[in-house]
Design a protein around this ligand. Structure first.
Ligand SMILES: C[S@@+](CC[C@H](N)C(=O)[O-])C[C@H]1O[C@@H](n2cnc3c(N)ncnc32)[C@H](O)[C@@H]1O
Length: 240
């Protein structure tokens, strides 16, 4: 069964977070998942920060930041379905005066200096272009490298970019670029087992694509357990 299949499209999801419950409506296939939960479990927002979330989807991380005390939050997305849900979720959570959702690419719709950028962006590698809500270019890095450059230009000195990165998406390349303008540390990581069947059902040919990427040093995953496993990591970069 795929994400959202067979679930009640009208029932809201309630996310239990460190800053209280966040109610999420919107089409089930657009909703936040385990990666979003992992992200907010480890995310610290300082009161008064000016925050942006490129690729906000239905807005759960943006709403988390507002509830955690951010002064302003702007979420962006290319997808009007996601943005409509995000705006409704801001109202439903009583945060519409503190969070704004704008249509556009990454940080392009955001004006003014920023203290914090949170980015859980599509970065699945694939042998050919797939759904842009999921795909990050052949090695997965397209949007991650772009957001590092944009965030470096927009964050104040000492400001932070918190980035979610699966180790199948060329982590050496991403971390090398991240380290050029940020002091980077790993906040958290967890293993993510996967199988050929699971990944080829997501994108035909994905498993062999990743094996070839790994052989070139462009993906990292272990194959010594019962099934392969990559790591899902959260990195924090502080703007130098
Ligand atoms: C994996 S979802 C994550 C959503 C949200 N950050 C969360 O944690 O629930 C990625 C989102 O990025 C959006 N997206 C893809 N490319 C984008 C771009 N260039 N600029 C802004 N958003 C983009 C997709 O439409 C999708 O809603």
């Amino acid at each position: 069964m795929g994400k959202g299949e067979g679930r009640d499209e009208t029932a809201a999801t309630v996310h239990r977070t460190t800053v209280g419950p966040i109610v999420e409506g919107g089409p089930v296939a657009w909703r936040a998942d385990h990666a979003t939960a992992f992200f907010h479990q480890h995310l610290v927002v300082r009161p008064g920060e000016r925050v942006a979330e490129p690729g906000c989807g239905t807005g759960v991380l943006s709403l988390f930041c507002a509830r955690a005390g951010a002064a302003t939050v702007v979420g962006t997305d290319l997808d009007p379905v996601a943005l409509a849900a995000a705006r409704q979720n801001a109202v439903a959570n009583g945060l519409a005066d503190r969070v704004e959702f704008r249509e556009g690419s990454l940080l392009e719709p955001v004006t003014g200096p920023l203290d914090l950028v949170v980015a859980l962006l599509p970065h699945r590698p694939a042998p050919r272009p797939i759904n842009p809500r999921l795909y990050g270019g052949p090695d997965g890095t397209d949007l991650l490298l772009a957001v590092i450059v944009q965030a470096a230009a927009r964050l104040v000195a000492g400001g932070r970019l918190v980035l979610y990165l699966n180790s199948i998406a060329n982590p050496r390349r991403v971390l090398a670029a991240f380290g050029q303008t940020f002091a980077v540390r790993r906040l958290a990581g967890k293993p993510r087992p996967f199988t050929r069947e699971e990944f080829d059902a997501l994108t035909p040919g994905l498993f062999d694509h990743l094996v070839a990427q790994k052989a070139r040093g462009e993906a990292e995953f272990t194959e010594d357990g019962p099934v392969p496993a990559f790591t899902a990591d959260l990195y924090e970069g502080t703007r130098r």
